[in-house]
Ligand binder design. Structure first.
Ligand code: ADP
Ligand code: MG
Ligand code: MG
Length: 535
């Protein structure tokens, strides 16, 4: 049955009994958010924001240049209620994660495939300078005498989904928005947010406003431990316990706490030290020994007086996913320098390329997924049922350069139900619906290769939530009709000669945005952090 057919919101302030009335009248349906009074809303807002500030569910405040030693934070944008996700769909997404972990590790190690789809001679790299620049660094290293000296690669992934409930369907099913292979963020803050909703439940029982809000319906989220285990697995595989993990970060990053929680977890649970550097800093501090290929970073000795340089086991990129991060051409050389070393890259350049939207589209072509799941060169890890399950999460996609003008003609015809995506990450790059035809009018023919068309997911209507943002001019919670996006984290360590893939699912994230917003990034300011109530 369609669990997510929701009645229009009852106004704030109606007594709780109104919920039962809605429930009874609508049979299977229910409303979200449940009814609460103004004073209950005020209480929840106070408890939520105070919990967030106390538990590091925070950002650095907006500033042109972040201070070298920050003194204040603001709470991350958040929802007061967890958002409903059907239990079966949540279980499915969790189970799919291991399949996706292995699938993308196979994509990242298929050099011919990546050259063809993303390369500078045949693929996206021909027309997209960013993709081309990354691919060229990779190709240069493959072609040098030493080749790629570190076969192992680490991915910290996030597979993003939305519920798809087209008109007439009797159930909502998860459809994949995209698969992220670089800088997948909000893992640790998402754990804090789930804890915050659990706390609201334990402390207030949400005033008994909904029978769905029970202890058992709020799933545990252990992203911090899960993601740190992935990084620790790479560190262990590198095999030098005194080495450190390098976090490559953006200057003036506001989402530092999401990263710091991983750093603290690595130190506390795995005794692994982390250092953080920007591309600019690395240009001066990174050195790769020409004989051993060991990556060393010179440290600011005033911070760590006993060490002048440290060996790096693993390079974890929280920067480098957008061309804006490469403010000088030399930053691509710095990326190449890191990639040339023995340190395990998270992600390697090929794994970053594997996360391209064009790859996502290519996988939907007939026979491509079959080849990655059942190809002779792979160990038998997949079943025919896995194939059906993976494919069931895909929307229709095609490339704008497919079939001469066909791809573009089809995009014009179906514009109202489409999104066009370039090879970019981080939100704010897509073209939606009525903006598509004028965009196609101006898109040079050769640039079509860089774009894919994707059918829009039809999200369930009528869901709402209370959204709370700090410093946005509004005071307190704002009630809005919303759309939620579920992300499943996972990691994979792979690339060794034996073809083994060590991998795990690693928790989840819910981002919720106002219904009218096409885009969904929290960092880009479109969404709030949320969590799950299973229904
Ligand atoms: P990015 O890598 O920039 O995050 P996404 O593919 O995730 O790119 O697109 C950004 C946002 O656009 C998503 O978070 C989602 O809100 C929206 N979006 C993307 N694809 C679809 C789709 N097929 N249907 C509905 N919304 C989509
Ligand atoms: Mg992305
Ligand atoms: Mg996204």
């Amino acid at each position: 049955k369609l669990q997510l057919k929701i009645v229009p919101h009852c106004k704030i302030g109606h007594p709780i009994s109104r919920f039962e009335e809605c429930e009874e009248v609508m049979g299977q349906s229910y409303q979200w958010p449940p009814d609460i009074t103004e004073s209950q809303l005020e209480t929840l807002t106070l408890l939520a924001t105070t919990y967030a500030l106390s538990h590091g569910l925070v950002y650095l405040p907006v500033a042109e240049v972040q201070p070298s030693a920050p003194t204040s934070t603001i709470h991350a944008p958040l929802s007061l209620f967890p958002s409903p996700i059907p239990r079966k769909q949540f279980e499915k997404a969790k189970n799919l994660q291991s399949l996706y972990n292995v699938l993308y590790s196979r994509v990242a190690t298929d050099i011919d495939f990546l050259d063809r789809v993303m390369g500078e001679e045949q693929g996206v790299g021909q027309v997209d300078e960013f993709t081309g620049s990354l691919w060229k660094q990779w190709k240069r290293l493959r072609d040098r005498e030493a080749g790629i000296v570190q076969p192992l690669q680490l991915g910290l992934f996030r597979s993003d989904y939305m519920l798809h409930a087209p008109e007439g369907a009797d159930s909502a099913i998860l459809k994949q928005v995209e698969f992220n292979t670089i800088s997948s963020s909000f893992g640790t803050l998402s754990q804090q947010c789930a804890q915050m909703h659990k706390y609201l439940f334990s402390s207030t029982k949400y005033f008994g406003c909904s029978p769905h809000l029970t202890h058992d319906n709020l799933p545990q989220n252990t992203t911090t431990a899960g993601l740190a285990k992935g990084l620790a697995a790479a560190h262990t595989a590198y095999g030098v316990s005194t080495a450190r993990i390098l976090f490559v970060v953006q200057p003036n990053e506001r989402n530092v706490f999401d990263q710091r929680f991983l750093e603290y977890e690595l130190l506390e649970s795995h005794s692994i030290h982390v250092i953080r550097q920007t591309f600019d800093e690395l240009a001066a501090s990174a050195q790769v020994d020409p004989q051993t290929h060991v990556l060393k970073i010179k440290l600011n000795t005033s911070v760590l007086s006993d060490l002048s340089s440290v060996e790096i086991s693993t390079v974890y990129f929280r920067a480098g996913y957008t061309p804006n991060d490469y403010t000088s051409p030399s930053h691509y050389d710095t990326r190449g320098l890191l990639e040339s070393s023995l340190a395990i890259q998270c992600p390697s350049i090929p794994l970053q390329l594997a996360g391209g939207k064009k790859v996502q589209e290519e996988l939907t072509k007939p026979g491509v997924l079959e080849r990655f799941l059942f190809g002779d060169k792979y160990a038998k890890t997949f079943t025919p049922e896995d194939l059906v399950n993976i494919r069931s999460t895909w929307m229709e996609m095609w490339s704008l350069d497919s079939g001469g003008d066909d791809g573009v003609v089809k995009a014009r015809t179906h514009a109202a139900n489409l999104v066009l995506k370039p090879q970019r990450e981080g939100g704010g790059n897509n073209v939606y619906k009525e903006a598509i035809p004028p965009f196609l009018d101006t898109l040079p023919e050769k640039e079509r290769t860089a774009w894919i068309a994707m059918r829009l997911i039809t999200t369930p209507k009528g869901l709402g939530n209370y959204l709370v943002r700090a410093g946005g001019g509004t005071n307190g919670a704002v009630k809005a009709n919303v759309i939620s996006e579920l992300g499943l984290f996972g990691w994979a360590l792979f690339g060794g000669k034996d073809g083994a893939v060590q991998e795990k699912e690693a928790g989840w994230l819910v981002r919720t945005k106002g219904e009218d917003s096409n885009e969904g990034g929290v960092a880009a300011g479109f969404s709030v952090l949320d969590s799950i109530v299973l229904v």
